[in-house]
Each structure stands twice: as structure tokens, then as C-alpha cells.
Ligand binder design. Structure first.
Ligand code: UD1
Length: 365
């Protein structure tokens, strides 16, 4: 049985790394799982891709589709055409996709049409926000998925409500947390730590890259002004995503306490989060990592597809309203933040559970 493991964009890499390790471990103990790693090339900069491969010990991809930048349709189309060609030349049996990026959906569609089974890691999560390309990617991918590997009871419920039978839903936990747990001892301070004289619990981490927050300069600027002011002179470390960087180039006069840095590698970014006072973010994955580390997290979005990070974890869904952000930050500065705990099955063994399931599947070309 040949498994294609698909990865395309930054948030995919920490999800596939532990799965590949678990497959290699199982094979060393006698399992016979063949896989090939397909990088679509959706993200291609060293800072968005290569650094993660190196730090997380991900092997060189067997194939790189090298699609590069483009609109949603251009990227989707290019990935589909190139992956179809690959499967035509060298067929596979299962296509394992992770998360909700364009590469996830594009490869799932091609694989299903070419007769492969589709396995979706992080299946079933829903924000209900149809303005996010990721929500469309999730729903389309799940509509053609055969095996769902889920991170939460919320995801299980969403799938059951959509009529998916229990025998196709595998509640395994969270591979992103597998990566984090196995790398806790590798976390290390980024260069800006000394350069800025950072002190544990006396700085914020900020990330922003959702189109709705960053594509319009007026919206982005207002967010930065509010966050800068509400941090009461504490430094804010802002690793800037390439999408956000393009808009920031046309702006100036930022609050002095906002320090923009390049996108950080995995060890350095999570070190910063682990020692911070609070993370402000519009990412989904970072809310999970903050929850695991019990670091207060303010989500700058109106919805989340990961409600367990709010119910159980340290995350609060604050949205993008300026006064709501100021109030949340005031509450935090007053020391009035909830204590979180770790959601069920976020225990570092999700990838092993996935590989256990894959080992039992009887699919042959
Ligand atoms: C994608 C994902 C998003 C994820 C994010 C993490 C989709 C729909 N969205 O959004 O879910 O949270 O990745 O980063 O798949 N660029 C570079 N260098 C790179 C990669 C991108 O300069 O290595 C530039 C591109 O030219 C593009 C912009 O960054 O203009 C955005 O990249 P894109 O892959 O379209 O989407 P993201 O916003 O990164």
C-alpha cells in the first residue's frame, strides 16, 4: 500500500513530521507502509518551508510540484494539474492530506478522482465562516474523504451531523501537539531575544496573516495601533508573514513597542510563545500551541474552528473590534486571565494512533 503524504504550506509541516516518524518506527518494527512525500510548493521560501524541514527532521520530498504563488484558483489549478500527472505516471493507493490549506483540497480532489482513498488529518473542524478560503477547503475535502483523523469531539460531532458513519471517524488527537511535545527541549531563543532584551512574561507575541485582517492597510494599521497602545509599553514581537509584509511596506508610524521580525523557524517561534505574557493571533494552529503551553491567547477573529481551545484552553475569541481588543488586553494586564488545561487526547500520541489505523487498512492497487 502506497501512501502519498501531502504538504504544501507552513502549517502542514509540523503536522506531517510526527506522522512520518511514526511510519518509520512502525516499519522498523515490521509494518509495511510505503509512503512518498509530495510537497506542492505552495510555500517555498526557506523561512516558510525549508527551515521547518530541517528543524523537524522531515526528509527531502520525493516530489516537489513547485506551484509557487498565485490566486486561490491559480494555485488550486496548478497543484491539481501537476499532482494528476504524478498519479498518472506513478499511481498511489491512499492520499493523506492534513489541515485546510489550498494544497489539502487540491490534492484530495485529484486523488479521489483517480481512485485513491483520501485520509484527512484534522478532518471535521468547522468555523462556519464562509469568507475564509480554509472553510471551503475543509468542507470540500471532507466531502470526499474516506478516513477522518480528528482532533476533538467537536470535529467528531460535525462529521456525524453530516452523516459520516462512526467507522470512518478516528478520534486520534492532534499531530501538531505531537510535534510540539517532542520538540519542547529543542526550543531556543531567537536572535531578537537578546537584541531586544526580552524578559519572560514581559512581552507579547503577535501574528497576523488572515486576508480580512491584513489585506486592507487601514484595517491592519488600526489593529496595530490598538494593540501597541494596549500593551502599555511592553514589547510586542511581530514575526511578519509575507502576505502581511506586502501591505506593511506601504505604511509607517507604527507604535514604538511593536518590533517586526522575519517569519521565525519553529524552535524559535515556540520558544517566544512559551515565555510570553500573551499571544495575539489570527492563526488557528497557534491557538492550539498556546493552549498546550497554557499561555494566554487572544484570537483576533470572530470565529474559530477549534472551540476546544476556548472551552478548555487558554484562548479567548476576541474578534477584531478595537474596543474588544483593548478590554481583553486590559483584563490580561490586570492579571485576570483564565487558567487553561489540555484538551482530550492531545498527548503526543496522535501520529502513532494514525499509523495504527493505516496499518489495518486493506487497500491495494
Ligand atoms: C496559507 C493558508 C493559511 C495558512 C497560511 C500560513 C490557504 C488558503 N491558506 O495562507 O491557511 O494559515 O498559509 O502561512 O492555503 N509567499 C511568499 N513566500 C512563501 C509563501 C508565500 O512570499 O514561501 C507569499 C505569496 O506570494 C502570497 C502570500 O505570501 O502572495 C500568501 O501565500 P499563500 O500561500 O497564498 O497563502 P497564505 O496567506 O500564506
Amino acid at each position: 500500500m502506497l501512501i502519498d503524504i501531502i504538504a504544501g504550506a507552513r502549517p502542514n509541516f509540523m503536522k506531517i513530521a510526527p506522522i512520518i516518524k511514526a511510519i518509520n518506527t512502525a516499519n522498523a518494527q515490521g509494518a509495511k507502509l510505503r509512503f512518498r512525500l509530495v510537497h506542492t510548493g505552495q510555500h517555498y521560501d526557506a523561512k516558510m518551508s525549508g527551515d521547518f524541514f530541517t528543524q523537524l527532521g522531515i526528509p527531502e520530498p520525493d516530489y516537489n510540484l513547485e506551484v509557487g504563488s498565485g490566486t486561490q484558483a491559480e494555485q488550486t489549478a496548478a497543484i491539481m494539474v501537476r499532482y494528476e500527472k504524478l498519479l498518472t505516471d506513478e499511481p498511489g493507493d491512499i492520499c493523506l492530506v492534513v489541515g485546510d490549506v489550498t494544497s489539502t483540497m487540491a490534492c484530495a480532489i485529484v486523488a479521489k478522482k483517480m481512485g485513491l482513498k483520501v485520509a484527512h488529518v484534522e478532518g471535521g473542524i468547522r468555523s462556519g465562516d464562509w469568507t475564509m478560503p480554509e472553510e471551503i477547503n475543509r468542507v470540500v475535502t471532507d466531502s470526499i474523504t474516506d478516513y477522518f483523523f480528528t482532533t476533538s469531539e467537536y470535529a467528531n460531532r460535525n462529521l456525524r451531523n453530516a452523516g459520516i458513519s462512526d467507522d470512518r471517524i478516528f478520534f486520534v488527537g492532534n499531530t501538531m501537539i505531537d510535534s510540539l511535545m517532542s520538540n519542547m527541549d529543542n526550543l531556543r531563543a531567537p536572535d531578537c531575544w537578546e537584541a531586544l532584551g526580552l524578559v519572560p512574561a514581559k512581552y507579547f507575541v503577535l501574528t497576523l496573516h488572515r486576508p480580512s485582517n491584513v489585506d486592507e492597510d487601514a484595517i491592519l494599521y488600526k489593529l496595530l495601533l490598538t494593540i501597541g497602545k494596549s500593551a502599555q509599553n511592553l514589547p510586542i514581537i511581530f514575526p511578519v508573514h509575507p502576505r502581511t509584509a506586502k501591505v506593511l511596506m506601504a505604511l509607517d508610524n507604527f507604535p514604538d513597542n511593536i518590533h517586526m521580525v522575519d517569519p521565525l523557524p519553529y524552535f524559535e517561534f515556540n520558544y517566544l510563545v512559551k515565555h510570553s505574557k500573551c499571544v495575539l493571533t489570527d492563526s488557528g494552529g497557534i491557538t492550539e500551541e498556546a493552549t498546550y503551553m497554557d499561555i494566554p491567547c487572544i484570537t483576533l477573529r470572530e470565529t474559530t474552528e477549534r472551540p476546544e481551545t476556548v472551552d478548555v484552553g487558554s484562548n479567548e475569541l476576541v474578534g477584531t473590534d478595537i474596543s474588544a481588543i483593548s478590554s481583553a488586553m486590559a483584563k490580561l494586564m490586570a492579571g485576570d486571565w483564565k487558567k487553561g488545561s489540555v484538551p482530550e487526547k492531545w498527548d503526543g500520541a496522535a501520529s502513532v494512533r494514525i499509523v495504527d489505523v493505516l496499518s489495518t487498512l486493506k487497500i491495494d492497487s
